[in-house]
Design a binder for this molecule. Structure first.
Ligand code: PEP
Length: 252
């Protein structure tokens, strides 16, 4: 049985005090989790230790970094490497968010390096993929996403892939209020799973958790998560409000 996950991406928002309050509210919101249902909270680097501490003893809650360096260590001022994240017990790391790809020019090749470093240091990557609006309009989104998977993911061994979560996030739906329809999300998730099956076999593909991201909110989560290949969500804006995010988490 593959894992269902709802992940929060706080991006560059909230002070530490606001973040602590939000986490405490989530912990008291009655979200029922187990070995197959997780909540992951991706916070800014300076909050990782504190949030990990707050989550201690709360089954099913995990902390994520929002990024990791593409280099092992050394003279890279301002960067944070995978070993550092592991050393403070970070569980997951988002790799390839569209904001990193677009604003910081991260290529598929750079992201492949980040995947390797994260995995070799015991971090579980949440690998983001997804097409921009012009690609969707031209109806070439499948080829676009297939290339992202091919160039950043498919060099991994089957054993490595078991530790990876994929998040399909159509760029035109991120932070825009536009959401892919439940059918569009399901179609792409099924396509991603088929690509993974072609490369790694059915068993590995069936175990892969694939999240949808793009303006998920309490009002649309149940419908989107109903897709057979949709295993939860990666949530930006709506993750900043405890009641809203808790309702989304309860929808998995
Ligand atoms: C995201 O940041 O990954 C995201 C999906 O943002 P939003 O939910 O705000 O669209």
């Amino acid at each position: 049985m593959r894992k269902k996950i709802v992940a929060a991406n706080w991006k560059m928002n909230l002070t530490l005090a606001q973040g602590e309050k939000l986490v405490n509210e989530l912990l008291q919101a009655g979200i029922a989790l187990d070995a197959h249902k997780e909540v992951v909270i991706a916070v800014p680097f300076p909050y990782l230790i504190t949030v990990k501490e707050l989550l201690k003893g709360h089954k099913g809650f995990y902390v994520a970094a929002q990024n990791v360096a593409a280099e092992k260590a050394g003279a890279f001022t301002g960067e944070v490497n995978a070993e550092m994240l592991h050393s403070i017990h970070t569980d997951y790391v988002i790799i390839g968010h569209s904001e990193r790809r677009e604003l910081f020019h991260e290529s598929n090749a750079t992201l492949a390096k980040k995947m390797d470093l994260a995995l070799s240091h015991g971090l579980k990557p949440i690998f983001c993929c997804g097409e921009p609006l012009d690609v969707r309009k031209a109806e070439t989104q499948n080829a676009f996403v297939a290339k992202q998977l091919e160039e950043s993911l498919f060099h991994l061994s089957p054993d490595q892939l078991k530790h990876v979560v994929v998040a399909y996030e159509p760029i035109w739906a991120i932070g825009t209020g536009l959401t892919a329809s439940a059918a569009q999300a399901q179609d792409m998730h099924a396509f991603i799973r088929k690509q993974v099956a072609g490369r790694y076999g059915e068993a590995v593909a069936n175990d892969l958790t694939i999240l949808y991201g793009g303006s998920v909110k309490a009002a649309n989560a149940t419908e989107i998560f109903a897709g057979a290949d949709v295993d939860g969500g990666l949530v930006g804006g709506a993750s900043l409000v405890a009641a809203e995010f808790a309702a989304i988490a309860k929808a998995i």
